[in-house]
Design a protein around this ligand. Structure first.
Ligand code: PLP
Length: 401
């Protein structure tokens, strides 16, 4: 094949994003039935029957006593910080995360202290707690990147020994576990995201998983402005409720999840087979420590590939593969943090190395069979390797370098 960067027609007619929503026709049909039900009941939001049903389903799937459905993961985290009394001091946060994880700390009046990662999991290296938790540290926030769970037993041990609270960003980790333990089961509250691009979606949405009944109650009060009864407000809450329509989409998706996961796993296996012989492309293993939902597929670009990671991504985009560099360049290198004095000398070598070489590829495809999608993406990656020097030169000429 010829690459689009050399003037060929793009390999894919339609753009293929990493975050293509997963909606089966059966899911859509069930969704419409549940929405009709909600209209007939004339109950559209405010802790309705669909929200409660969804909460029970999510809790039992994660072997957790409580799930509180929220408008999104960002507000779930914000309300968790409020419920736990985390309002000042420092928080050790994984730098390899979506920016909201750090931003919510700032919104809560806390100072994020960025931690390096464990290259096997891309999640917070537990020993960073020893290095970074100073006298003003109050909490630790690991993120389960790509649904690979952080080393929670060690994180809990080190945090407890220092009197630190733990809140976990499990945005990617629906239906994932580590050695059989699901998010919410390690003794710390965790929050999931149900954004449209996630393995499990409610358009926008999220949930807090916890075994603490008091905390679950606090989350339900806080998501509803802090109302404790009809006329009594006891806390500084917010509007973080999820609607019946969102819950309907979640409930409609549940019966499809087993097959969805198998399909995504087949996509993984196909990528593994196609890319196995390509020098310098190393896959990120997602199921080494437990179950994964396989929503993401990621490879590291090592020097033997010939072309640099950014050249590969640039070429993929020209062929309509919207590959992503998750979570490049890391929260610590985003201008909002990087440009402040406190963050100027932050050095996280493992994070910089991983985020400087990773590419996330599409696992679902718009308008084509997934087998053709995987074959096409793999062909592009093989061709970039074969034409690495030309590809690098082409990119330099485009950027005027
Ligand atoms: C790791 C991570 N944390 C937090 C969020 C925020 O989730 P939400 O969009 O539901 O607020 C996301 C993505 O959306 C994410 O990927």
């Amino acid at each position: 094949m010829e690459l689009a960067i050399f003037g060929a027609k793009p390999r894919f007619e339609k753009a293929q994003p990493v975050g293509f929503p997963l909606v089966e026709s059966e899911t859509e049909r069930r969704f419409h039935e549940l929405v009709d039900e909600a209209f007939r009941r004339n109950y559209l939001t405010n802790d309705g029957p669909l929200v409660r049903r969804l909460e029970d389903e999510i809790a039992s799937r994660h072997k957790c006593a409580h799930a509180a459905f929220m408008a999104n993961a960002t507000l779930a985290q914000l309300m968790l910080m409020k419920a736990l009394g985390l309002e000042s001091g420092a928080v050790v946060v994984s730098a390899d995360t979506f920016i909201s994880t750090a931003h919510v700390c700032e919104w809560s009046g806390l100072t994020p202290v960025f931690a390096d990662l464990d290259p096997d999991t891309l999640t917070l290296d537990p020993e960073e707690i020893v290095r970074l938790a100073g006298p003003d540290a109050k909490a630790v926030i690991p993120t389960h990147v790509f649904g690979v769970l952080a080393d929670m037993p060690r994180i809990m041990e080190l945090s407890r020994a220092r009197g630190l609270q733990v809140v976990v960003d499990a945005a990617h980790a629906f239906d994932c576990d580590r050695d059989g333990v699901s998010p919410g089961g390690f003794g710390a509250p965790e929050f999931l995201s149900f954004h449209a691009t996630k393995f499990f979606s409610t358009f926008e949405g999220g949930a807090v998983l916890t075994n603490d009944e008091g905390l679950a109650k606090a989350m339900r009060d806080l998501r509803n402005f802090g109302f404790a009864g009809v006329d009594d407000v006891r806390a500084l809450g917010i509007n973080a409720k999820g609607s019946e329509i969102s819950a309907a989409f979640g409930l409609a998706s549940l019966p499809a999840l087993a097959e969805r996961r198998e399909r995504l796993r087949a996509v993984h296996d196909a990528y593994d087979r196609e890319l196995a012989g390509v020098p310098g492309l190393r896959r990120h293993r997602l199921d080494r420590f437990g179950r994964n939902n396989h929503r993401y597929y990621a490879v590291f670009v090592d020097p033997e590939y010939g072309a640099g990671r950014d050249t590969a991504v640039w070429a993929l985009w020209h062929d309509n593969v919207l590959a992503r560099r998750y979570f490049y360049p890391g929260a610590h290198r985003m201008a909002y943090y990087r440009d402040r004095t406190a963050y100027r000398n932050v050095s996280l070598p493992a994070t910089d190395k991983a985020l400087g070489s990773i590419i996330a590829l599409p696992t679902a495809f718009d308008g084509i069979d997934w087998r053709d999608g995987v074959r096409g993406v793999s062909e592009i990656l093989k061709t970039i390797h074969e034409r690495a020097e030309d590809a690098e030169a082409r990119r330099r000429s485009f950027s005027g370098g």
